[in-house]
Design a protein around this ligand. Structure first.
Ligand code: SF4
Ligand code: SF4
Ligand code: SF4
Ligand code: FES
Length: 376
């Protein structure tokens, strides 16, 4: 049977049954903007920014949730599509404290609004997501400024009581990506949509602060949020993309080996995110991997080996410490045989190190006394 195909912007593309218009476009490097679409979750069609024009269809359709069909003729940037996206963006910009450059427009009340946003933020800095916001990117792309519609007041105060995460409802566009990330990607089921209409809100549990809910502070929702509505508490107003350098690394906490981006400013890590296309985590991190980097800068951190002398420890070089360990192993084995020593490898080591350690004990020391702390 001949493969089904469709036309996008005048070119014909084959597709597999079940693919959406968005998937066919992305496969063929045709950009359709999205806000609510989260790759690993079921599409909701909530934001309407991905609308496209389909010949024969009365209204514009959401590319993220509309299946491709044989013979379909799609236009992704027609005047009607662009006008619809501009309208959607104008409404979203009017929906809260969008006090970055695109939020300003030519409003006479800009300074009053700015002061209100600053009061709500608890500081005079501009939005913590400035430069890393999909809404802002799209507003620039489609040349939309705030101010076309009167701003709606913000109904819910910013939630700052949680450790690690700040929830700023004034910049929430109700796209639902956080809800999907929590429920479908991490399967923590801590947040959902609550209330209706203008009162709609992403709620944790029965609308309690995150810290009183089932939230495990994995931060997946922050990574999914396209605006400044969810931000890392430690990085809020500190992390700025124009000051930032990213370094890819492997999480030091366990043997899963999650891939991380370290966001570094002035030589210090200011936040950590998951590498979206990196295996094995595909962008996910747990609370330790995402937030547990403060130990690096602790004054109490051990940076050199310590050798016990009586009741005290003294600092030593790595050569001295390793020689002492090797000599002590040799002495014990010479005096009491190889089964007098045992090793427990650390779950925070990488798998390869644990493998090397069992080789050392079995192949060199000639004992099977080797175990791994994860078994405890
Ligand atoms: S959330 Fe995005 S659009 Fe809104 S103020 Fe912040 S950067 Fe601007
Ligand atoms: S931090 Fe994790 S568990 Fe908590 S709401 Fe976000 S995604 Fe859900
Ligand atoms: S908090 Fe962010 S991800 Fe969640 S609904 Fe609001 S804008 Fe979307
Ligand atoms: S991205 Fe398709 S409706 Fe939001």
């Amino acid at each position: 049977m001949a493969q089904e195909s469709m036309s996008i912007n005048g070119s014909r593309f084959p597709f597999d049954p079940g693919q959406t218009i968005l998937q066919v476009a992305e496969t063929n490097r045709i950009r359709i903007p999205t806000l609510c679409y989260l790759k690993e979750a079921s599409p909701t069609g909530a934001c309407r920014i991905c609308v496209v024009e389909v010949d024969g269809a009365r209204s514009l359709v959401a590319a993220c949730s509309t299946p491709a069909a044989d013979g379909m003729v799609v236009h992704t940037e027609s005047p009607r599509v662009v006008a619809s996206r501009r309208e959607t963006l104008a409404l979203l910009l009017a929906s809260g404290n969008h006090n970055c450059a695109i939020g300003s427009g030519r409003e006479n009340a800009w300074s009053a609004f700015q002061m209100r946003a600053a009061a709500s933020d608890g500081g005079e800095d501009l939005c913590p997501a400035w430069g890393d916001c999909r809404l802002q990117d799209l507003a620039y792309h489609y040349q939309v400024e705030g101010g076309k519609y009167p701003r709606t007041g913000t109904r819910y105060p910013t939630e700052t009581v949680n450790p690690l995460i700040v929830r700023d409802f004034s910049r929430c566009i109700l796209c639902g990506r956080c809800v999907q990330a929590c429920n479908e990607v991490q399967v923590n089921r801590a947040i959902s949509f609550g209330y209706r209409g203008a009162a709609a809100k992403v709620v944790a549990g029965t609308d309690v602060p995150l810290k009183e809910s089932q939230c495990v502070f994995c931060g997946e929702c922050i990574q999914a949020c396209p605006t400044g509505a969810l931000v890392e508490k430690k990085a809020r107003f500190v992390w700025r993309p124009w000051k930032n350098r990213t370094i890819r690394t492997t999480c030091p906490y366990c043997g899963v080996g999650c891939q991380q981006w370290l966001h570094v400013q002035d030589g210090r890590i200011v936040k950590v995110t998951g590498v979206e296309d990196g295996s094995p985590n595909q962008g996910r991190l747990c609370v330790k991997g995402r937030f547990g980097y403060d130990f690096i800068y602790s004054d109490e951190r051990l940076k050199t080996p310590l050798i016990r002398e009586g009741d005290d420890f003294r600092g030593a070089s790595w050569d001295e410490a390793l020689d002492l360990v090797a000599d002590t192993f040799k002495t014990i084995i010479e005096e009491s045989g190889p089964d007098a020593v045992a090793g427990v490898s650390c779950a925070r080591s990488i798998n390869e190190d644990s493998y090397q350690m069992q080789k050392l004990f079995r192949g060199v020391f000639k004992t099977n006394n080797i175990d791994h702390c994860a078994r405890t």
